[in-house]
Design a protein around this ligand. Structure first.
Ligand code: F6P
Length: 366
């Protein structure tokens, strides 16, 4: 029989998402209720390489935090322990596999399980660590909503709410000045935020990574509106959208142990639209505003349910799984399945059909 659980750890990794603190609160309260101890690992998995980053989490630590953005134990989106970057004496950066040290520290600390909250990168690392023998339950988070296996991730609803409110606000200025606004939103590989916020906010064009766009199609839409006396337009573009035959717009090179920074497509597109249509065109990049601040009640509730479900799975000793929303319930999906591929927007989904049927331009019509 597996040994009784007495002590668990929890980490938050990857870019922050509204709802992380709600997960921590649910994990801590559910675990304390079972008589377990909880240790917070600061800065994602990296905290297990440097034990000064460990912090005991009690009832007081999680008091009044469910509605707060960020994460009380910090996060990191660099430093995969399997490819840990280190500066060499010659100044070059080399990567090392430090997963055995993580394993050793985990054992030395007498931990029985780890609840790892994170996005696709964190879930992939969790999967590799479980293969080495660390009992892990993953909790999916990302505002991008691009994780397979769960109907939705927490953080997404807040990001969509922020983005659609921004589009609403820009509408009045666009109309008053007869301008085109290009609103760049997050969404590295999937256009969920752009699509949902664009439709809710009443945008005229929505450009997502799943549908390469043509400049002339967008400009035609803007000029058709002009002809109908609508002298303003709103174009929502996901940071990972690209023109047909084109490439991703990035800022700088890929850092060692991190991901290349996307961004700039909004600015680029606005300049091209201005030239092609002769319309004054401005860009607004929402960036990290979509990730900060209070989670919506929906995100809070998903996060709290995920935290409590993760503890339930640890209690049942169900490991190497990720909690997933499968309404009306939360279930466990194998980490291997959850990390196999990205969840992109299906091109035949009803949200895409809604956009097309309402006359929104998705950049691909000829
Ligand atoms: O994955 C979430 C996300 O917000 C992406 O949409 C974005 O490309 C990335 O994180 C930005 O990360 P950082 O905070 O490191 O710039």
């Amino acid at each position: 029989m597996a040994p009784k659980i007495k002590s668990i750890a929890v980490s938050t990794g990857g870019g922050d998402a509204p709802g992380l603190n709600a997960v921590l609160r649910a994990v801590v309260l559910s675990a304390l209720g079972r008589g377990w101890e909880v240790t917070g690992i600061r800065k994602g998995y990296l905290g297990l390489l440097d034990t000064s980053q460990l912090v005991p989490l009690g009832r007081e630590s999680v008091r009044g935090i469910a509605h707060l953005g960020g994460t009380i134990i910090g996060t990191a989106n660099k430093g995969d322990p399997f490819e840990y970057p280190m500066k060499m004496p010659d100044g070059n950066i080399a990567t090392f596999d430090r997963s055995d040290e993580i394993m050793a520290n985990f054992r030395r600390l007498g931990l029985d399980a780890l609840i790892a909250v994170g996005g696709d990168g964190s879930m992939r690392i969790a999967h590799r660590l479980t293969e080495k023998g660390i009992p892990i339950v993953g909790v999916p988070k990302t505002i991008d909503n691009d994780l397979e296996g769960t109907v939705v991730t927490f953080g997404f609803d807040t990001a969509v709410t922020v983005a659609s409110e921004a589009i609403d606000r820009l509408h009045s200025t666009a109309e008053a000045h007869e301008r085109v606004f290009v609103v760049e939103v997050m969404g590295r590989y999937a256009g969920w935020i752009a699509l949902h916020a664009g439709i809710s906010g009443g945008a005229d064009a929505v450009l997502i990574p799943e549908i390469p766009f043509k400049l002339e199609t967008i400009c035609r839409k803007i000029m058709q509106r002009e002809a109908r006396g609508r002298h303003f337009s709103l174009v929502v573009v996901a940071e990972g959208a690209k023109p047909e035959g084109g490439v991703l717009t990035t800022r700088g090179d890929k850092p060692v142990g991190g991901e290349v920074r996307l961004g700039g497509i909004g600015e680029q597109l606005a300049a091209q639209i201005a030239v092609e249509t002769g319309k004054e065109t401005r860009t607004v990049v929402l960036g990290h505003l979509q990730r900060g601040g209070e989670p919506t009640a929906r995100d809070r509730l998903i996060a709290l349910r995920f935290g409590a479900a993760a503890v339930r799975m640890v209690a049942e000793q169900t490991f190497s799984v990720m909690v997933a929303l499968d309404p009306p319930t939360v279930r466990a999906v194998p980490l291997g399945d959850a990390t196999r591929r990205m969840k992109s927007v299906p091109l035949d989904c009803d949200t895409i059909l809604t956009a097309r049927e309402m006359g929104l331009c998705l950049g691909d019509e000829t």
